[in-house]
Design a protein. Structure first.
Length: 405
């Protein structure tokens, strides 16, 4: 897991730390290339201008010396001018830079380009004629002056930017000038910029490496902390290798994780006990459910038995009522039979007297059978002696008489 992937490039903590280290470098580069280098170029150009001015001053001093020789009578003006021209043609500086002389007319008196020497500037091509006219105008200032233009360079093709200082030597009417190519200055400045850039890149590389190592030392514990919180791994511990605020946060996480792990283990023990108790309660609940089911079955059986008893009682009630009714009917019939017997006995008493015992017995038996309906009955005939003679023969013939007499 790289820092860039984890922290989404420079949006993460590592990227911010690296950027924090790079910001001063970028600001340094901005200051170097936007302020220091232009100032350096200006300073170098100023130095070059001063050098060119000094060269022109040296050439002017040669002219003054030769003019003194003329004034002293030791040399004629022509001899002095020839000697001065030879001395000035011998002056070179900064490699291919030179001093030229422009005389009245204007005419080119001394110049590295032999095709220009001795010619009137008006006869030159338009560009050169204009250039020498501008130089003549600039030199009219007693203190001299600088002129920037493009000119050829020895050994190279094309025109190159150049700046020249010119000053007029009044006794002879000569204009002495010397210049430097600006591209040389720019080339030197580019070399200086390249060295500054190389040094800056080396410093940047060192800053990046140091910032990366610092960011890694800071971000790695934070990543461990985030990973531990995200996975809820209570066994995770962050390795502490420093004594800064990040290390304090890592130690706090380790302490928190350790305390939380102890608490979870303790709660887990309680949970195991609760789970064991729940298992026992579940077993007891199963036994209780089984007992309730058996009780329910017994209750159902008792209910069915009660319903059967209720049905039997109801049946007995109906049978008892029928028996009572039948008994009442039998009692009524018995009363009627007794009444009939009493009437028969009365009649028998008269018939005995009249000599009809056989007929009376037959009538009594038939009447009793009709009243009783074939069911046995016990008839209390009392102690009347008049009926004793008839019942021994009637009762045996009545249904049930054998059991009740």
């Amino acid at each position: 897991m790289t820092l860039t992937k984890t922290n989404r490039g420079f949006l993460g903590l590592a990227g911010k730390i690296i950027l924090t280290g790079l910001v001063p470098v970028v600001l340094f580069l901005a200051v170097i290339f936007l302020y220091v280098m232009p100032r350096v170029r200006s300073t170098v150009m100023g130095s070059r201008k001063d050098g060119v001015r000094q060269v022109v001053e040296v050439a002017s001093s040669i002219l003054r010396d030769q003019e003194r020789e003329v004034q002293a009578g030791r040399l004629s003006r022509d001899q002095a001018q020839l000697r001065a021209k030879e001395l000035i043609n011998a002056i070179t500086f900064d490699g291919a830079n030179y001093v030229y002389i422009q005389g009245p007319g204007p005419t080119v008196i001394a110049h590295p380009r032999a095709d220009l020497v001795g010619r009137a500037t008006a006869t030159l091509e338009a560009g050169l004629a204009k250039l020498f006219a501008d130089l003549d105008r600039t030199a009219q200032d007693p203190d001299g002056g600088f002129l920037a233009y493009d000119f050829t360079k020895k050994g190279a093709e094309g025109l190159f930017p150049k700046i020249t200082f010119v000053r007029k030597f009044e006794p002879w009417g000569w204009i002495v000038g010397a210049g430097v190519y600006v591209d040389d200055v720019d080339r030197e400045l580019r070399g200086l910029f390249a060295k500054a850039l190389l040094a800056t890149l080396l410093v940047t590389a060192v800053v990046v490496v140091v910032s990366f190592r610092l960011a890694k030392g800071i971000v790695h514990p934070v990543q461990e902390l985030v990973q531990g919180l995200r996975t809820s791994d209570l066994s995770r511990r962050i390795q502490v290798s420093s004594r800064d605020e990040i290390a304090q946060a890592a130690e706090a996480f380790n302490d928190y994780n350790g305390g939380m792990r102890a608490t979870v283990l303790e709660v887990r023990g309680f949970a195991d006990q609760v789970a064991a108790g729940s298992t026992q309660l579940a077993a007891s609940a199963v036994e209780m459910a089984r007992a309730v089911e058996e009780i329910s079955k017994v209750s159902e059986e008792l209910k069915e038995a009660g319903e059967q008893v209720s049905a039997a009682m109801a049946s007995l009630g109906e049978g008892g009522a029928a028996m009572v009714l039948r008994t009442e009917q039998t009692g009524a019939q018995s009363q009627e039979a007794v009444a009939d017997t009493a009437r028969g006995a009365e009649a028998g008493r008269h018939n005995r007297m009249l000599g009809e015992p056989e007929r009376l017995e037959s009538q009594l038996l038939g009447s009793a059978r009709d009243r009783v309906g074939g069911r046995g009955v016990f008839i209390d005939i009392g102690q009347d002696a008049d009926f004793h003679w008839a019942f021994p023969r009637i009762l045996p013939n009545l249904p049930g008489a054998q059991d009740r007499t």
